[in-house]
Design a protein around this ligand. Sequence first.
Ligand code: SF4
Length: 250
Amino acid sequence: MSQAEQYEKCPHQYELQRLRKVKPRPAAWSHQGTAFHAAIETYEEGGRTLAEGEVANVFHVEYVAATKQALADEPNLDNWLTAGTDGKSDIEARYARGLEQARSYVRWAEDHKPAIWKDRAGALGIERHLTADIGGVTVQGYVDQLLDQPDGSVRVRDLKTGSMKSKFQLKTYGVLARKVLGVVVNHADWYMAKTGKLSRPIDVTGVAEEEVAEKFAVLDASVKAGHFPAKPGFHCRFCSVSHACSFRSR
Ligand code: SF4
């Protein structure tokens, strides 16, 4: 799923990372996101019985383990990707931010009580790995949450610790959920950990399979044709394989 977006952003980055297997520079924001997702998944899977301190502790354990491993692989903090600060400060700041974000989610869930959808077997709609053929391409995605709606439909929700939002991702998740789970999906949204609030929902009622299929078909054909032009731009500052790229925009 993120492959299509990566290709669209910069085909050369796709090539460097996925085909030439360039080792990406580590970034604390990536560990923050992973640890936050693990904490919220544990909380939701446990039926929201954990206190906010316990959920924050899941974040702590996951974040510390992930950063330790990444530091063992890349001890030179000057080589870590940051959004302007130094590597050490970034790791520390994101640890503190992630702990508070995990706590804040618990408070938000206790206040708003979102109803997690369950399938016929009773399995919760959390971190669902959905795979389907879309336009002749095998597409897969991990849907963070599926929620029951008053009109009988199911809402797709993505949890975000960063600011980058992708409507295409939510549209694709909507198509995948309909196709794989057989549910009606009319709306999708993001839970923004930075603000502790939901985004405005996007209406995906009219998003047909063909609409998202086009982008995957382009990706598939381009990769098969070996078409990987560089698309330098502002995003080069956050490119994890920029050290192997000669087109980088500064
Ligand atoms: S540095 Fe910029 S141009 Fe080079 S691969 Fe990364 S995103 Fe593409």
